[in-house]
Design a protein around this ligand. Structure first.
Ligand SMILES: [Zn+2]
Length: 294
């Protein structure tokens, strides 16, 4: 069963009041969420609190969860919010130095419109347009992969997913700034053509002035170039082949994708030690009471 089908099955069960499904959901996601929180929270206890609160928040709002969205992305978004709250309460900096590539995700404030409530409830028409834009972006990305245009893909991933300026991208990849602008321009142009093919009205959703922002948001919401957990597993075992190996390395090390990095750390921890059930029990006991019969 692939991850998304498995998630839908669990959500169905949880909505029917199946507590075992809730426990399974916690088991599946706590490791990667904890890896994410640990790399940012002041202490392990704080990181555990953040993950616990994320599960409580999800349990309390599961009725609003749109099952067509990625559960993993949704849980990471809630965890980010809880982490943001914690840092604010403690008066700790929630933003790092702009030059620090590792923490770019933290600089995209959850208040920039990528909030759990906005993810859960979007206006129907806007949601449809964003679905379409996500599909067309996926098409663009697959097309680039198919013709092995990984250099171009790296450029647009840094521009849109990470939100880097052209100048930074040029320096990071050691290419000309004009080349970066050209690759970005061609990508947007192609996207507009794909949208026009799909629906005559669709181009309107990629308004010229807002194109960068919209593409960035849709890319992040759908995590279009993120890696499957099985791919990360193969990478960890050293059996992933080129060009995927290099692309994975780029996504982890240069892009510094927080979700994929957390998944990799979680997989690594699974290899290193046998998990004890202690954490799951604590997360389960503290959150299960928030599940309401649907
Ligand atoms: Zn990723």
């Amino acid at each position: 069963m692939d991850a998304e089908k498995g998630d839908a099955f669990l959500i169905d069960g949880i909505k029917r009041g199946d507590q075992r499904a809730w426990r399974q959901l916690i088991e599946r996601y706590q490791g990667r969420l904890l890896a994410f929180a640990r790399s940012r929270a002041p202490s392990l206890a704080d990181a555990e609190d953040v993950v616990q609160e994320a599960f409580v928040g999800f349990a309390a709002s599961i009725a609003n969860f749109d099952p067509t969205r990625s559960l993993e992305t949704y849980l990471f978004t809630i965890a980010r919010y809880k982490l943001f709250d914690l840092m604010r309460q403690r008066k700790l900096p929630t933003q790092s130095a702009p030059a620090d590539a590792e923490d770019w995700w933290d600089r995209v404030s959850p208040d920039d419109g990528e909030s759990p409530s906005r993810l859960a409830v979007t206006v129907e028409a806007a949601a449809q347009q964003r679905h379409l834009l996500a599909d067309m972006l996926r098409r663009l990305i697959y097309e680039m992969r198919d013709r092995q245009a990984f250099d171009d893909l790296q450029v647009i991933e840094l521009v849109f997913y990470v939100g880097r300026r052209n100048l930074d991208v040029a320096e990071l990849l050691d290419i000309d700034q004009k080349a970066v602008a050209g690759i970005k321009f061609r990508a947007i142009g192609k996207l507009q053509r794909y949208l026009a093919d799909a629906s005559p009205d669709a181009v309107a959703c990629l308004d010229e002035a807002m194109a960068d922002v919209t593409v960035a948001q849709v890319w992040r919401e759908n995590r279009l170039t993120c890696l499957k957990r099985s791919t990360l597993g193969a990478y960890l075992l050293g059996v992933l082949e080129e060009p995927w190996k290099s692309f994975t390395q780029f996504h982890l090390d240069v892009v510094g994708c927080p979700v994929c990095v957390a998944n990799l750390q979680d997989l690594q921890a699974e290899e290193d030690t046998l998990r004890t059930g202690a954490n799951t029990e604590r997360m389960f006991a503290s959150s299960v009471g928030f599940l309401k019969p649907q």
